[in-house]
Design a binder for this molecule. Structure first.
Ligand code: PEP
Ligand code: MN
Length: 264
């Protein structure tokens, strides 16, 4: 992976620190737009929302699906933010590209699955679009599997690649929802210094109280950005409610972080 290009949307490079925020899940049009308006006021430039949700057990909210992509379009029109979502199979990629999603990310359960990764790489190759893709670490602490997921995309011609560190599953009670095991993302960066690395303190910590300190730790280690879940009414969120914060709280957290290079 020698020719990685900087993350860019419509030829505009995403400046460091890259801050991405939005709800775990798109739930309703109003929730998406209210959250996005708050984030735009806080200066966020890239919005996230899960449209298809990989839930651990059946019976939970599994995502709003394609109708939510139209809400993301409204976010773009109204706020000027760029929008991103998670894709896990061919149908997701096709729908996201059709609706003009600006940036895709691959979830931790998908990056652990070589068949799914190859399918996504193939459909992106066929589409021939220069879309940036962020690959979350696999749920299990397997650096080669993470790198393999990146290589499948790279071999399909995707050059605007980045990674998201979201921690690793462990069994039993933990402070963290997903253990950070920082040496794994740091080793990936050592091997591939041109791949931007973004920290997801929301899924590492699993609790909103841990977001600020995990974010600062990541920045102190030279991470290139943060992806943080936010919701207009976090306690009522349909997924990951304990780790979501309001756009206003996000603004306060960002104001208090020490950025090594450029401030937000
Ligand atoms: C998410 O970003 O909401 C998500 C499902 O994350 P992960 O793949 O890291 O579990
Ligand atoms: Mn989530």
């Amino acid at each position: 992976m020698e020719n990685i290009l900087p993350l860019a949307i419509d030829s505009v490079e995403l400046n460091r620190p890259i801050i991405i925020s939005g709800p775990c899940s798109a739930e309703t049009e109003e929730q998406v737009l209210t959250t996005a308006r708050g984030l735009a006021r806080a200066g966020i430039k890239v919005f996230r929302a899960g449209i298809w949700k990989p839930r651990t057990k059946p019976g939970g909210f599994e995502g709003i699906g394609v109708p939510g992509l139209a809400w993301l379009n409204k976010v773009k029109e109204e706020t000027g933010m760029k929008v991103s979502t998670e894709v896990a199979n061919r149908g997701h990629v096709e729908a996201a590209l059709e609706y003009g999603v600006d940036l895709l990310w691959i979830g931790a359960r998908t990056s652990a699955n070589p068949f799914a990764m190859q399918e996504i790489a193939d459909v992106l190759k066929d589409a021939g679009k220069d879309i940036p893709v962020l690959v979350k670490n696999p749920v299990n602490p397997d650096l080669d599997l993470w790198i393999g997921a990146l290589e499948r995309l790279y071999n399909a011609g995707i050059r605007r690649l980045g990674v998201i560190h979201r921690g690793f599953s462990t069994y039993g009670p933990q402070i963290y929802r997903n253990h950070p095991q920082w040496r794994i993302p740091l080793e990936l960066r050592r091997r591939f210094p041109s791949i931007p690395i973004i920290c997801d303190p929301s899924h590492i910590g699993g609790k909103r109280e841990l977001i600020a300190s995990l974010s600062q730790q990541a920045l102190d280690m030279g991470f290139d950005g943060l992806i943080i879940e936010s919701h207009c009414d976090p306690d009522c969120a349909w997924s990951d409610r304990n780790q979501q914060i309001t756009p206003e709280v996000l603004g306060v957290i960002l104001d208090n972080l020490v950025f090594r290079d450029a401030p937000v």
